[in-house]
Design a protein around this ligand. Sequence first.
Ligand SMILES: [Zn+2]
Length: 593
Amino acid sequence: MKKILSRNEIKKEFKWNIEDLFESDELWQRTYDSTEASFGELEKYAGSLDIKGLYSCLKLRDSISLNVEQLYVYANLRANENSANTLYQELSGKADRLLTLYSKAVAFIEPAILAMDKQELISAMDKELKEYRHYIEDILRSSEHILSADKEEILAQVYEIAQGPSNIFYMLNNADIKFKNAVDSKGEEHTLTHGTYSSCLESKDRELRRSAFNNVYDSYYAQKNTLAAIYSASVKKDVFNANIRNYSSALEAMLFSGNIPTEVYHSLIETVNRHLPLMHRYIRLRKKILGIGDMDMYDIYTPLVDNFDTRKTYEEAKSTVLEALKPLGEKYCNLLEKALNTEGWVDIYENKGKRSGAYSWGAYGCHPFVSLNYDDTVNSMFTLAHEMGHAMHSHYTWDNQPVVYGDYTIFVAEVASTVNEALLMRHLLNTVTDTNEKKYLLNYFMEQFRGTLFRQTMFAEFELETHTMAERGETLTFENMCRLYSELNAKYYGKDINNNEKISWEWARIPHFYTAFYVYQYATGYSAAITLSEKILNENGAEKYIDFLKSGSSKYSIDLLKDAGVDMTKSEPVERAMKVFEGLLDDMEKLTV
Ligand SMILES: [Zn+2]
């Protein structure tokens, strides 16, 4: 086994330049003290904020929030470098405290805006408040769903109780539920946890896959009535919320915060449904390649291509990614090259105590930071492309937007990362010569489509149906939810796979269902990104796309994507993504006959 180095054994050129954020811990502490003291300046506006004072109040808030964010990010990035370093755990605890104080200090602003004279406010939005127009419009939009002060007071108190279902599920799923060990074809036992379950399902050993699948689902089945009661309570909470706040449905209520029209949701489901024969074709192909006559639900995750082992050093990965992203234009690539080679955005290798996985993060006013645990696999090359997509999105946004629009919403969050992955994939598919490598890449890409576009839409459909049932006053029982899930599963995967009875219990183990109407964004974001990458490659779409990266949250997500060339209220982006999937299927079929 390879030896893991301690952080100070790693060469400086492989680590990020965190000093670009704060030169020293002393400077961090001084900034911390002055930022905390500046909260007092904000308090002067509380209780007397009017339209005249609004601009200077918001400016002050933004400059304070910039400091709070930088302090918070620095402490946490430092803590992530090495969890054994207690100094930075202490700093991140302090940063948490500052963030809480900040949220309290600014809490008066939105209610004050809602209480202002609407006509005067609207006319000021054309003049001195121009910079904040979209921000204020978004606040005003919520006014018809805000209740009288005494009702809001009660709802605020009910909030914690309303978290009940999700908290109970969390405890059951993470603390109490236990799985029997899985047993492989040689009779060896494997410990089953949420973490090891997916690697068991990816195993080449079919007996191990079957055993893991059976043992996990049997544990959930043993709690079936409890699980149905918790999920049913969660759905009722969503319906209650929608009713009391004057929304026409739970779906409308949940999509309201991002101003996403409900037709985006319906159109996704409708379009994916029309293309389900492609999913069925994929399952048939899988069955053929794996050579399994009676394919079952536990045969879906195992890779189609084995013995593929191409090592990619970090240097090779970097130049491949840079080459693949050329369609985004010279400016993008020059910036990216600097970020990778001279500006110290990336922390490349694993060290003792470093946070696992990969992420991109940062704060307005500095460059983004990317943490990897690069391990020379093709997978980690894709991760590099993915995280640099996020980082470049932040960089362009921070360079072009004021603080108030310096972030981006969940709806578009995975677009830039997926576009980069798709461009890298296209580049590799066009250049690799080895058949096995090509099959490996096609499998990798098709699995993304299955997991992100098809599976998340199936989840979305389940959520819509359960909420609609509750809205009609029907009771959600274990039996009727399993019936629904089983029908969906059969519809999505087709006749060439056994619709195992246990899979109808799957809804009972999905944590995301406790944040209703959330997962559809994975499917819409993925479709938007695939369509954008096609437009970049074939229709000179790069310029509009770069404008999208520059725009942060300065408009609603749907409008930002429309400007970039994808209209998510129409079926076209999902249809185009499906065309890409069909092309991959064609290629894979050709390589397997
Ligand atoms: Zn991501």
